[in-house]
Ligand binder design. Structure first.
Ligand code: GLU
Length: 424
């Protein structure tokens, strides 16, 4: 029985969802009471006010957060999200998922996440720079190469990481590239980091298609969310020979049964920012993407996109979670009961990003830089290892693949906490 005395600080649909997943996993591995709540709840959080002078001379105060879920096995690790829907509870749930993800892959990191309530597209370049620098300034004593290492997430990118690295380095008085990952290459960013999450998703998908004896050249793919992860998943799967038949984002979607020209779609996104009106196929609504008949459906946007309403409509053979927490617990149950869809859970499927972040951090700390082939080879090797571990756990305990991935991650964090003991 859980004995935690907790406040409602993080309470939200998404945090409850992450907690429910944890409880199921903890029950499945009989995690002892004495270690359960220590493993489950975030270690600490910081909320900051970020006043920014706007171009018209006015001042806007934005609110930001950083949540560190677990620091037992190394610095905490996780992106910073700039999005209007950011809440402390969401950031806490995402931090928790980062812990299981890092642990499953065997990275020496705990989980963390940050966020600012803002639509970055509504800011000018200099406003965005001020906000990014101010965020780093406010969390400066909370982060560091050996305590907590941020990275990009939804709404943030290399440029923002560069400003944050510069702000931190100025503060400490020397260059400190290892304080954030996902930086521009010119500032110590790793080769391959930009495309690593999507390329990792695609790599895992083609491995699982192989297991199912489905030739990749016969596979059709629908992708919900066409930001960094969605775009690079599309690009890599198309390079493997799959046909991308549908993509969608906040603005709408495109369907083309003969296959969307991904390079053209990416070029369109670079200039137009949203997929609406892309002429490489037939226009569809974002809702119309879910029932598309396809081999692989990839949610690559925000959490809780696959719901009890649209889960029964899915007509895919495989659900490959490029996003974090894209499937609600209710939808997960529906999909499990249906039994006709292979779920490749987020904990395994989208780890490519944080794996290459780990490589970037290693390269920064050692001041020795790898070429792209080396990065990709090492990325795929770690993904293979994690996939094998998940499949072994799934077989051994007859778990779902999600439960298998999460129980491995959770068990390792719990073991580390157990070994360290409890500071009096
Ligand atoms: N934001 C990414 C994720 O959710 C990457 C985190 C990182 O590289 O630290 O996995």
């Amino acid at each position: 029985m859980s004995k935690a005395i907790v406040s409602s600080l993080y309470d939200s649909d998404v945090f409850r969802m992450a907690c429910r997943q944890f409880d199921q996993a903890a029950d499945a591995i009989n995690l002892p009471d004495a270690i359960r709540d220590r493993t489950k709840y975030p270690r600490r959080c910081l909320a900051v006010a970020l006043p920014i002078k706007r171009q018209d001379g006015s001042v806007t105060v934005f609110e930001g957060y950083r949540v560190q879920h677990n620091l037992s096995t190394g610095p905490s690790k996780g992106g910073i999200r700039f999005h209007l829907d950011v809440t402390l509870g969401e950031v806490a749930a995402l931090a928790m998922w980062m812990s299981w993800k890092c642990s499953l892959v065997g990275l020496p990191f705990g989980g963390a996440k940050g966020g600012v309530i803002v639509d970055p597209h509504q800011l000018s370049e200099s406003e965005l720079e001020h906000l990014s620098r101010r965020y780093m300034q406010e969390v400066i004593n909370f982060v560091g190469p050996h305590s907590d290492v941020p990275a990009p997430d939804v709404g943030t990118n290399e440029k923002i990481m560069g400003w944050m690295m510069d702000t931190y380095s100025n503060h400490v008085g020397h260059v400190e590239p290892a304080v954030v990952t996902g930086k521009p290459i010119s500032l110590g960013g790793s080769q391959g980091r930009h495309e690593s999450t999507g390329f990792g998703v695609a790599y895992v998908v083609q491995k699982y298609l192989d297991d199912l004896n489905i030739p990749i050249k016969e596979a059709t793919v629908a992708i919900q969310g066409f930001g960094n992860v969605g775009q690079h998943t599309a690009l890599a799967l198309a390079n493997y020979g799959a046909k991308i038949i549908g993509v969608s984002d906040i603005s709408g979607g495109v369907y083309n049964e003969r296959g969307i020209d991904v390079k053209k779609a990416l070029e369109y996104m670079r200039t137009q920012k949203v997929i609406r009106d892309f002429d490489g196929g037939e226009a569809i609504t974002k809702e119309q993407l879910f029932p598309l008949k396809c081999t692989v459906f990839v949610p690559a946007a925000l959490e809780r996109a696959i719901t009890a309403e649209n889960a029964p409509l899915l007509q895919c053979r495989m659900l490959a979670e490029g996003a974090n927490g894209p499937t609600t617990n209710e939808a997960d149950k529906i999909i499990e009961d249906r039994g006709d869809i292979e779920v490749i859970p987020d904990t395994l499927c989208n780890t490519g990003g944080v794996i290459v972040s780990y490589f970037e951090w290693l390269q920064n700390l050692s001041n020795y830089y790898w070429d792209r082939d080396e990065v990709m080879r090492k990325l795929f090797a770690l993904l293979d290892k994690a996939k094998d571990a998940v499949e072994a756990q799934k077989r051994k305990y007859k778990f779902s693949r999600r439960l298998a991935a999460q129980t491995i991650g959770i068990q390792r964090v719990a073991d580390a906490k157990q070994s360290r003991g409890l500071f009096p």
